[in-house]
Design a protein around this ligand. Sequence first.
Ligand code: ADP
Ligand code: X15
Length: 403
Amino acid sequence: MKTIDELLAEGVAGKRVFVRADLNVPLDSGTITDDGRIRAVLPTVKALADAGAKVVVASHLGRPKGAPDPAFSLAPAADRLGELLGSAVAFATDTVGESARSTVAGLTDGQVAVIENLRFNAGETSKDDAERGAFADSLAELADLYVGDGFGAVHRKHASVYDLPARLPHAAGFLIATEVGVLKKLTEDVKRPYVVALGGAKVSDKLAVIDQLLGKADRILIGGGMAYTFLKAQGHEIGISLLQEDQLPAVREYIERAERTGVELVLPVDVLVSAGFPDLKAKAPTDFATVAAGEIPGGQMGLDIGPESRKLYASKLADAGTVFWNGPMGVFEHPDYAEGTKAVAQALIESPAFTVVGGGDSAAAVRLLGFDENAFGHISTGGGASLEYLEGKTLPGLAALEG
Ligand SMILES: Nc1ncnc2c1ncn2[C@@H]1O[C@H](COP(=O)(O)OP(=O)(O)O)[C@@H](O)[C@H]1O
Ligand SMILES: O=C(OP(=O)(O)O)[C@H](O)COP(=O)(O)O
């Protein structure tokens, strides 16, 4: 994999360099609540701009449905990037249209532009190779060189991640190099017990990785929205909690396999429930109850692990040699449901283990809940990406950079 240092040594002055970043930051009514992913790509953007490149930064944000949607505009991220760089950043209001072409054509050496959300175009995420390829062709017209630095999206076989680097001379940015360096160590030299804690809301993606993790981890703690599919698989009622029904047979098989192979699978013993998803804007106190995990009343939604589970999970993290944690334990954005995530973060800080926290929301949670990010071994910008890397999978965005 060519490094950005090699690219810089060859000279980038006057060249248009497409930087595929992951600027998928959490937003609250258009305001960025955590800019960690923007700060993470700064070294790459700065180095290219300082070397006289015309830098074209591109990213997805959220999951718009292949068409423009103002709620998912990258404009706030472009503004924040400009603030962090200390110089104005141009913003194109489309991705490969007139605005993008004229914005890029107007760049002077050392200037930076951000183009609008890649996922406003159906070609970005299409499963059809030709449709993705056609979109990648249009993106390629905007640049002379490609730098992959969106670690959080390298597990996606998307046009800007996978197809575009095949069309331009390419290199890996500083963030990807750092992320891969740390995660590689976790696949080669793991101090045991190796404990993986999983939570969050991308339940379908994350249930799938447990298949491989069962062969690698000594203990797997399940929290967040993931937990309820497990509780349901055990035969419990889960009310209106998140459920990935189509994966119930797989989850039953994971539970059996864990028992058979001696992997400790730890599920919540109690949970906090309420009548629905809380209002994350008002953050007003909600009406919630603590119930045994096997006794969630009908019409209630599990929103965090309960106090007994917090103690249990802390004890299961205390003797770890290595911990990988992806996915908040509850809806941490609301103060009523942040305690589970806080308890796991605190346990990681107190543990002598090498600790890695991965994921856009998990990393944001750690910072927003007031923890010192330097107290963790590594905070990864990618959740799904780091999980799939640890599974041993070939990640499309890394394979493309190697080719
Ligand atoms: N029990 C739950 N029900 C619904 N959503 C949940 C639950 N627990 C956690 N979440 C949500 O999961 C989201 C983060 O999930 P995810 O994107 O998978 O994590 P990451 O970005 O760290 O990989 C948070 O916004 C949080 O509110
Ligand atoms: O937030 C992300 O992943 P993560 O939640 O697994 O950390 C990445 O930006 C990828 O987004 P996607 O899961 O919509 O492809």
